[in-house]
Design a binder for this molecule. Structure first.
Ligand code: SF4
Length: 334
């Protein structure tokens, strides 16, 4: 499989205003050196507590955020960071975003037809009768009646509005969609309808998803691989089955211990973490997770562990010093 997206050492900093000459602005490292690849046609789930930087990361990929972005983003073989906004615009139609809140992301004064026509017109895809035909097609593929063309967002249920959000994301035939918590505002039964729709559309239109969410059960259901973020960094990334069955990072283990088991009567030992995730102004030295980590050792406060494959498992990457010994023993044997 080919990577459609390669992200290398991506950083997003926000400047906190200082006060006067003696206190210069302070940079906040909200995304702090993230690297990963996204393969054509796959879904990569991106999970972590709120404030870990996952939405900022998703927005930075599409140039939608406000922070200062550095590092490399290569999309479909093209390095994006060197492109001007004008050069980036044609590629932007191939990279779309579905927003967290289907209610807030739709303009209440526009009908569905007007909203989607605007998207097609701005990107010079279609106008007039051709645009109308394309919008009817889009309503069909997201499972909405063509009669909804002249209706306003307030006339729809939450699930229907998210379907309109999907139609809008699909309007320009994208290759990649960044889905930012697309089902967290919906009832559980509607959630599964939308997730199944996303899966069908992925199959029919060869879409690639970066699926940002905090609900680990939803992420397990939709993702081929899963990346776990903590304090602006990816701390573990692996195929979904592997990550859910054999989580290696102490943070991932704690997150998964809180997910109820689907088997009735099965009991899991809950791993409780002390304190809250600190903000980007208080990033601890060494491993950022060390103040809360149940397995921390003294050296964890001194060294930042790199994200590296586990011994004998090249697709399972973890950033934790616990696995360094095992890895180097394995390398010696080889
Ligand atoms: Fe815990 Fe140390 Fe591993 Fe960090 S490096 S996750 S503190 S054991």
């Amino acid at each position: 499989r080919q990577p459609i997206l390669r992200v290398d050492d991506l950083r997003v900093d926000f400047l906190m205003p200082g006060s006067g000459f003696l206190r210069p602005p302070v940079p906040l490292h909200v995304v702090n050196g993230v690297s990963f690849e996204l393969f054509e046609g796959e879904t990569l789930g991106l999970v972590g507590e709120s404030g870990c930087g996952k939405t900022t990361l998703g927005r930075a990929l599409l140039r939608l955020g406000n922070g200062r972005v550095s590092g490399k983003i290569e999309f479909d073989g093209q390095e994006l960071s060197t492109l001007s906004n004008g050069e980036f615009r044609p590629l932007r139609s191939q990279m779309q975003m579905m927003f967290q809140d289907p209610f807030g992301s739709l303009n209440p004064r526009l009908t569905v037809g007007q909203m989607l026509s605007e998207v097609l017109l701005v990107h010079r895809v279609a106008r007039g009768a051709e645009a109308r035909r394309r919008i009817h097609e889009l309503l069909d593929v997201v499972g909405l009646s063509r009669e909804y063309y002249n209706r306003y967002p307030h006339e729809f249920s939450g699930g229907q509005r998210q379907r309109i959000g999907i139609a809008r994301a699909l309007a320009l035939n994208p290759k990649l969609i960044v889905c930012d918590e697309p089902v967290s505002a919906l009832d559980v039964s509607i959630q599964s309808q939308i997730i199944n729709l996303l899966k069908d559309l992925q199959r029919d239109f060869a879409l690639t998803y970066l699926f940002i969410a905090h609900d680990l059960s939803v992420v397990e259901y939709i993702s081929d691989r899963v990346a776990v973020m903590y304090l602006g960094e990816i701390v573990e990334i692996a195929e979904a089955d592997e990550l859910y069955r054999n989580p290696a990072h102490p943070y991932t283990r704690a997150l998964l211990s809180a997910v109820p088991s689907p088997e009735p009567g099965a009991r899991k030992e809950r791993i409780l973490l002390h304190g809250d995730q600190p903000g980007p102004m208080q990033v601890p030295p060494g491993c950022g997770f060390h103040p809360r980590c149940p397995s921390a050792r003294p050296e964890c406060a001194l060294r930042r562990p790199p994200l590296q494959p586990l011994a004998g498992r090249p697709l399972h990457l973890v950033s934790c010093l616990l696995y360094e010994e095992e890895r180097s023993m394995n390398e010696e044997k080889a």
